[in-house]
Design a binder for this molecule. Structure first.
Ligand code: CDP
Ligand code: MG
Length: 762
């Protein structure tokens, strides 16, 4: 199951470690952080070069795209859509939009008075922010002025913004209210090779918008890999290839077992640091948790080396992953003093989205986290998966941007050749489609099954998403969007969580529900020290246990948040309680924004209650004003759990024999709670879970679990068997042969079939 707010990269909801603050091994220079400098900058209200401030960053002089500047402009003047292919680091993301902004010729094409507006999408939020920051630095303008960004829950752009970096999810949401994207003259869909779910849907929506606004909307698609046949065929447009310039990368194979990858990666990296000449080290791991763990481990190993009298050069050790706060990413891109090496532990985000300049060495663990849809449970989970050969090559390529490089693969050459899939399966073929299906329905696309996707998702999964939307009341029996569904589509949440908020608004526990959804949307709050530090680990466990609510993890999260607020929202309190201050602060910000959005979409009868929560939230001195309270004799806690049922009754399970685990409703799957859950060891007869983790049906575990009452589920569960799929999808009865072909497939099956298809197309 996806988190309530779609994370913009596949890094899961694991915990952050505090080791970052300790990670800097060198004394920083005196220059003020860019943030402070920005405050001093004079505001520039225009994007015309002569009014720019002093740039703080300069694009390298020899970027491959620079030679193609005029060509790109001319092509785009001539064609409504073009594709540009160039390898990572060639300047596509930072330069191409600036070429358009600064071209007189191009401006003349558009007769509007408001000035040219360009939007460029990124599949990952970290990239959207980093790129906007970099480009506004290059232009010497203040971030949020000429150049801005927009990611979920954070909009740093203004009326004067001409170039807007945004996540593809954000642009998709914008399409809801403005399907023809009248706000923009040019839309760049960047990183198309990643084939993220939202970008894939945008392909189709953009194709439509470009034809609706003939001549007035231009689209540019960029990709880092050459496999662009599918794009040019789908869009029927020219493809411009920008040849790259890169150095050779020597490959070294150093197989280790999957479970030892983090420690092995750290050892290899430190070895490189001690032995090798200049060049930063980039290590690819699977997720936030691993990156933070590696940072901690590398720090302590380096420390021991220093203590044992070894001569070790300075090294800045930093993590890089998608859920990092905007401000935390700076360390990764900041220049380090002469003689100091950067050691970056990154997720697949540094494969193609972000360029860490000056990398000479890459360590590739061979795995990444991928969203996968489990056809057996009908649910999506994040799984550690082998990378594809294309990904492995991209990773190695990062070492050869500016010098001859070395890449250490923590697997054998044979594994590379025989076991790794050739290409990555696009997200649309392996993820939960409920949210995009709902958005498409809200845009008036009635027949999502026959929609013009570039690579249509498995029909069974589309039907599953329609079924889910029907179950939560977003669609009626005929697959038509309901009023409730329209309101869910306007909340920036997975539809199931939207349903919970709307239910909570009706039952007097909206404040608690907002807290819960915000807590689930922020980074993990629990700080878990490394197991290497047994004392601290035990202390953290014991301290955190005190927060556990006997009714489950959801109420536990609500309790943590309200205690933090009661204690004045301080970082000290978090530290003493082994909680991540930043995660709580983020939850508070999200809560405020969600509250505003919920107020907008609520029915008049409950709008007052939502408004009261917002006021209370803004005015701590008057905390309890406006609390309506639950109506039907429930306690607030019960009301919240009952509201959760309206969005998640299909994710409940019933106790099966004492202590034998729980059986998922409607499925023959036995599951347990993850260790550390408040419900671990509980004998509750019925439980509800919002996350399921694990790679196979056999090792599935419930994460974030609560006890629920059967009487709340009773009116809802019959819907599971009543749903008439044929009517919902509105299609003819399928032949049995078709049905067989439509049987749910797992990820490896999809990968195999695609390979055959791609292979035979060549
Ligand atoms: O999009 P693409 O991968 O083609 O390249 P880009 O992100 O536009 O980056 C072009 C170049 O700008 C990189 O090769 C880096 O040298 C530089 N750059 C940087 O130094 N720091 C950043 N934060 C972004 C880009
Ligand atoms: Mg790029």
């Amino acid at each position: 199951m996806a988190p309530p707010v779609k994370k913009d990269d596949a890094n899961g909801t694991s915990q952050r470690s505090r080791s970052r603050s300790r990670s800097s091994q060198w004394s920083r220079g005196k220059s003020p952080p860019p943030e402070k400098q920005a405050e001093k900058d004079t505001e520039t209200k225009d994007d015309v070069p002569k009014t720019r401030g002093t740039p703080r960053a300069k694009a390298p002089d020899d970027l491959p795209v620079a030679a193609y500047k005029e060509k790109i402009i001319d092509l785009l003047l001539e064609h409504p859509t073009i594709v540009v292919v160039g390898e990572t680091g060639s300047g596509k993301t930072t330069q191409i939009p600036q070429y358009l902004l600064d071209s007189e010729k191009f401006h003349c094409l558009f007769e509007n008075k408001r000035g040219l507006r360009v939007c460029i999408t990124q599949p990952r939020r970290v990239a959207a922010v980093a790129m906007a920051r970099r480009v506004s630095d290059e232009r010497g303008t203040r971030l949020g002025d000429v150049v801005g960004y927009c990611i979920r829950f954070e909009d740093k752009s203004s009326a004067s913004t001409r170039l807007r970096y945004m996540t593809d999810g954000c642009l998709l949401r914008e399409c809801l209210g403005d399907p023809d994207l009248a706000n923009y003259d040019v839309v760049i869909l960047d990183e198309a090779h990643e084939r993220s779910l939202h970008t894939d849907v945008l392909f189709a929506l953009m194709k439509r918008a470009v034809s609706n606004r003939a001549g007035q909307l231009r689209m540019l698609v960029t990709s880092a890999t050459l496999d662009t046949g599918a794009f040019s065929e789908y869009f029927a447009c020219p493809v411009l290839e920008v040849p790259g310039r890169s150095f050779s990368v020597a490959l070294h194979y150093h197989p280790v077992s999957k479970t030892q990858r983090v420690e092995a990666a750290v050892n290899v990296a430190l070895n490189l640091h001690v032995r090798e000449g200049p060049g930063h080290i980039l290590v690819f791991l699977t997720g936030m948790e691993e990156c933070e763990q590696a940072v901690g481990l590398a720090n302590s190993k380096l420390q021991s080396m220093v203590e044992s009298g070894k001569q070790v050069a300075d090294c800045l050790i930093v993590p890089l992953y998608g859920m990092m706060q905007s401000d935390d990413q700076r360390n990764v891109f900041e220049e380090v003093p002469e003689g100091c090496r950067k050691l970056v532990f990154s997720t697949n985000i540094a494969e193609t989205s972000l360029t860490v300049a000056g990398v000479g060495y890459v360590v590739d663990c061979g795995y990444c986290k991928q969203k996968n849809f489990n056809p057996k449970t009908g649910m999506e989970s994040l799984q550690v998966t082998e990378v594809s050969q294309v990904q492995a090559k991209q990773r190695a390529g990062r070492a050869g941007r500016t010098q001859h490089g070395k890449c250490f693969r923590l697997y054998s050459e044979e594994t590379f050749n025989r076991s790794l899939p050739k290409v990555t399966v696009p997200e649309i073929l392996r993820s939960n489609l409920a949210s995009v299906t709902l958005q498409m329905k809200a845009m008036g696309i009635e027949d999502v099954v026959r929609f013009d996707f570039m690579e249509p998702p498995d029909r069974v999964r589309l039907v599953k998403s329609l079924r889910l939307l029907f179950l939560i009341g977003a669609l009626d029996e005929d697959g038509v969007l309901t009023d409730l569904g329209r309101r869910m589509s306007q909340l920036p949440l997975e539809p199931q969580y939207g349903r919970v908020l709307l239910a909570a608004a009706e039952s007097g526990c909206v404040s608690e529900a907002l807290t819960l959804v915000s807590m689930l949307s922020s980074e993990g709050v629990w700080y878990r020290p490394s197991k290497h530090n047994a004392d601290q680990w035990e202390e953290a466990r014991a301290t955190q246990e005190r927060f556990l609510h006997h009714l489950g993890d959801h109420l536990t999260l609500v309790r943590v948040f309200s205690m933090w607020e009661d204690e004045g929202c301080t970082p000290e309190w978090c530290k003493a309680n082994f909680l991540h201050f930043r995660a709580l602060r983020q939850a508070r910000d999200i809560r405020g924004q969600l509250c505003d959005q919920l107020e907008k979409v609520s029915e008049a009868s409950v709008r007052d209650a939502v408004r009261a929560v917002r006021n209370r939230y803004r005015d701590h001195r008057d905390r309890d004003r406006g609390r309506g309270g639950p109506k039907n004799g429930n306690s607030v806690e019960q009301a919240l759990l009952e509201s959760l049922c309206s969005g998640f009754f299909m994710q409940t399970a019933r106790m099966c024999g004492a202590g034998g685990g729980w059986l998922i409703v409607g499925e023959n799957v036995l599951v347990k709670c993850e260790a550390g859950s408040a419900m671990d060891g509980s004998c509750a007869e019925w439980v509800l879970y919002t996350d399921l983790v694990g790679s196979t049906v056999a090792n599935c575990m419930m994460r974030t679990v609560s006890a629920v009452a059967h009487k709340w589920l009773q009116p809802l569960l019959p819907k599971l068997v009543e749903v008439d799929l044929k009517r919902l999808v509105g299609i003819e009865k399928k032949t049995s042969r078709q049905e067989k072909a439509d049987a749910p497939k797992d990820a490896s099956q999809i990968a195999k079939e695609r390979e055959v298809k791609v292979g035979s197309a060549r």
